[in-house]
Every structure is written in structure tokens, then in C-alpha cells.
Ligand binder design. Structure first.
Ligand SMILES: Nc1nc2c(ncn2[C@@H]2O[C@H](COP(=O)(O)OP(=O)(O)O)[C@@H](O)[C@H]2O)c(=O)[nH]1
Ligand SMILES: [Mg+2]
Length: 211
């Protein structure tokens, strides 16, 4: 009887020790990851949106590169750049219909989402709304700040950011989401800094809260 009790007791003690160990390990790992991220002040930004909306052009423009020759992105580009006092790892992923299902491979550890809209492509706005709605259902992106860039404002007939916001029904978005919409042009550069300044500050206020 005593022995039985002892065995049970030992078993639960063993379980307990294991749980504590796993917990400590988890916390240790988490704090190490936090420290590394904090030290380097890194942010992971995912650029998504329909193909031809201007994602690649925007990344080049922000980085001060030539935007005159752009070819469609078939896989993805990663651009690492210094922005204010932060290092941004920008993942620019191809948006063609056939490869949109691969977007999910890039969701992990995303701090900021940039959803780019071609404001002059009125025909595909429904498609754009549907893809954005699907993306925002993704659990792994639930904590990411969302910047919506209403791009190609330099084109005559492009919808203003307020109109794009209406079409995308942004006001109906989950209240916990941090989001902003900005009108921009990857050609002239208008609006890009305003948008990225907001994004970087919003992420910093969450991740680097204890600075
Ligand atoms: N007029 C205008 N054209 C743009 C702008 N941004 C991108 N483009 C053009 O739109 C096309 C698609 O751009 P790209 O960056 O490849 O789009 P992505 O598929 O979203 O990466 C290219 O011909 C660009 O030159 C913009 O702000 N204004
Ligand atoms: Mg591209």
C-alpha cells in the first residue's frame, strides 16, 4: 500500500519536475529570442497584395533604388534595409493567383503586414477585398500591424484612399487590429514614408515596449 502510494507520488513528482523544466526551457528560449530581436531591433515585414499592385516597386523606391525596370515577382524577394533605428527584413512575395496559396509559408513571426492595392485597377477590387479578408483570418497574422497602401495615386481615375477603405470595408475589421490606410505612389514616392513611419512606430511600440 505504502509502496503503491510512493510510486504514484514519484510519478506525479516526476511529471511536475518535467513540466517545470519544459516551462523554464520555454521561457528561457523566449527571453533569448526576445533579447536577440531587441538587440538588433529587427522587424519582419510581409508585403502582399494582388500581382501588379506595385509591391516590388514600393520596396525598391523605399530603398532608393531604380524603379524603371521591374519584372513580375515569381517567388519572393527579401530586402534588408535600415529604416530609422531599425532593421527591416521585407519579404516581397509574388501575388499571381496561382501562387497566392504559398503566402502562408511566409506568415511566421510577421511583425507588420503591408497590403498593397492598385487603386486604378477597379475591375479587381472585389478580388482584392476577398484576398485581404482571407489573409486577415489567419491566426499567425493576428498580432501584425497592418498598413494598407492605396498605390498608383498618380494615375488619373485612381480611387482615393477613403474610397478604397470603403470598398475594402476596413471599418468592419476586428477592433484589436492596428491598421492604417495611406494613399501613395511608388513612382513619385508620395505617401510611402508616411505609411512606413506609422508601421515601424506601431510595431516598435509593441515589441520594444521595454526599451
Ligand atoms: N503609375 C504607376 N505605376 C506603378 C506604380 N507602382 C508600380 N507601378 C507599375 O505597376 C507595375 C507592377 O509593379 P510591380 O512592382 O511589379 O507590382 P507587384 O506585382 O505588386 O510587385 C509595373 O509596371 C510598375 O512600373 C505607381 O505608383 N504608379
Ligand atoms: Mg513583385
Amino acid at each position: 500500500m505504502t509502496r503503491k502510494i510512493r510510486i504514484v507520488h514519484c510519478g506525479s513528482l516526476y511529471n511536475c519536475v518535467c513540466k517545470v523544466l519544459v516551462f523554464c526551457l520555454g521561457m528561457g528560449l523566449l527571453s533569448i529570442i526576445r533579447k536577440i530581436k531587441k538587440k538588433e531591433k529587427e522587424m519582419r515585414i510581409l508585403m502582399v497584395g494582388l500581382d501588379n499592385s506595385g509591391k516590388t516597386t514600393i520596396v525598391l523606391k523605399i530603398n532608393g533604388e531604380d524603379t524603371s525596370v521591374i519584372s513580375p515577382t515569381l517567388g519572393f524577394n527579401i530586402k534588408t534595409l535600415t529604416y530609422q533605428k531599425y532593421t527591416l527584413n521585407i519579404w516581397d512575395v509574388g501575388g499571381q493567383k496561382t501562387i497566392r496559396s504559398y503566402w502562408r509559408n511566409y506568415f511566421e513571426q510577421t511583425d507588420g503586414l503591408v497590403w498593397v492595392v492598385d487603386s486604378s485597377d477597379l475591375r479587381r477590387l472585389d478580388d482584392c477585398k476577398m484576398e485581404l479578408d482571407n489573409l486577415l483570418k489567419e491566426e499567425r497574422l493576428s498580432g501584425a500591424s497592418l498598413l494598407i497602401l492605396a498605390n498608383k495615386q498618380d494615375i488619373k481615375g485612381a480611387l482615393a484612399p477613403e474610397e478604397i477603405a470603403k470598398v475594402l470595408n476596413l471599418e468592419a475589421m476586428d477592433k484589436s487590429r492596428h491598421w492604417m490606410i495611406v494613399g501613395c505612389s511608388a513612382y513619385t514616392g508620395e505617401g510611402l514614408l508616411e505609411g512606413f513611419d506609422w508601421l515601424v512606430q506601431d510595431i516598435a511600440s509593441r515589441i520594444y515596449l521595454l526599451d
